[in-house]
Design a binder for this molecule. Structure first.
Ligand SMILES: Nc1ncnc2c1ncn2[C@@H]1O[C@H](COP(=O)(O)OP(=O)(O)OP(=O)(O)O)[C@@H](O)[C@H]1O
Length: 303
């Protein structure tokens, strides 16, 4: 595990040893040929800015996710409840009222975010399928909106239903109420991936699933992510999940959220159930757990 204590200049600080890890400039490991996939520069979000009930959710957040060819990075976002994790995702998505930021800039592929766009897809915790549409019609919804002819979109839809581990023959004409929670999230993932977004924003997508289904979904996500080469931002309350899935883990402070640590962690090259039992993995989880606990203690003490 490598660690970058986050600096206002994310390209600063190389080589000092801190705690159990080495501070390093993670951006120097990459080959930025193009504009960064996502860049936050001094981003602050104050809800109801200028009103008596104004509330600052995140403060002065800066980070850069470089555009690495043939590899979309996987960023896990962790932090105490209410620290602004979803706010960050929705700023990238361009969704109101999180968008626009109160101060600072959010760019995707070098362009300021002005609203939602097809280059970014989102998967939420709540099962967001349309109840009155079949699995196939849910998965192909985005293509239908783009005017893709029925035959082509249904062919692609069946491909993605298969890719997310559903049974095309048995499941394609089912309605969401006939599916388990895990199956519904598979539909949500297929519906997002079929549109080939460059950035995938996932907000606690497995939060409502039982532990075994969650591990299965983590394995599925890793195998799909390798195929689609998208950059994934993944918000979770599970430290294990973020450390397992992430190339990097961002740890936020308690509210107002600031970015306090950027950790580079081992890639998920073993099945979730195996890797998450390994002593080295557990050590990283305890380390991150202590970081978050320290942030929560700071909040409680009012510092
Ligand atoms: N539309 C809004 N208007 C006002 N305050 C908001 C709005 N959306 C979020 N907040 C507040 O901003 C803070 C950050 O919310 P956000 O949902 O981003 O946090 P989070 O880290 O994702 O939370 P959790 O871990 O509990 O899901 C919270 O205190 C929340 O109440």
């Amino acid at each position: 595990m490598s660690e970058s204590a986050v600096n206002p200049d994310p390209k600063a600080d190389v080589g000092e040893t801190v705690g159990i890890s080495k501070v390093m400039d993670v951006t120097s490991l990459q080959h930025p040929a193009d504009a960064p996939v996502v860049e936050f520069s001094g981003v602050t979000k104050t809800y109801d800015h200028g009103k008596p009930n104004a509330f600052t959710a995140i403060k002065d957040i800066s980070f850069v996710v470089e555009n690495v060819h043939n590899h979309g990075e996987f960023i896990g976002i962790l932090g105490p409840s209410g620290c602004g994790k979803s706010t960050i995702l929705k700023l990238i998505a361009g969704l109101e009222p999180q968008h626009p930021p109160t101060f600072g800039s959010v760019t995707v592929l070098g362009k300021p975010v002005t609203g939602p766009g097809p280059d970014r897809g989102m998967v939420f915790q709540d099962y967001t399928s349309f109840d009155n549409r079949t699995v196939l019609d849910n998965v192909t919804f985005g293509l239908e909106c783009k005017g893709v002819p029925r035959r082509i979109r249904e062919e692609l839809g069946r491909h993605w239903i298969d890719q997310v581990g559903l049974d095309v023959k048995n499941d394609q004409y089912k309605f969401p109420h006939q599916l388990s929670g895990g199956m519904r999230q598979r539909v949500a993932i297929a519906r997002t991936l079929i549109l080939k977004p460059r950035v995938i924003l996932m907000d606690e997508p497995f939060g409502a699933l039982d532990p075994q289904t969650r591990l299965n979904m983590q394995d599925l996500l890793v195998s799909l992510w390798r195929k689609v080469e998208a950059t994934v931002f993944f918000v979770t309350h599970s430290i294990e999940e973020a450390v397992y899935l992430g190339d990097r883990v961002y740890v936020l402070s308690s509210s107002p959220g600031t970015l306090v640590r950027e950790l580079e962690v081992e890639p998920p090259d073993r099945p979730a159930g195996d890797m998450q039992r390994e002593p080295k993995f557990r050590e990283t989880v305890y380390y991150v757990n202590d970081l978050i606990a320290a942030e929560e203690a700071l909040k409680q003490s009012g510092v």
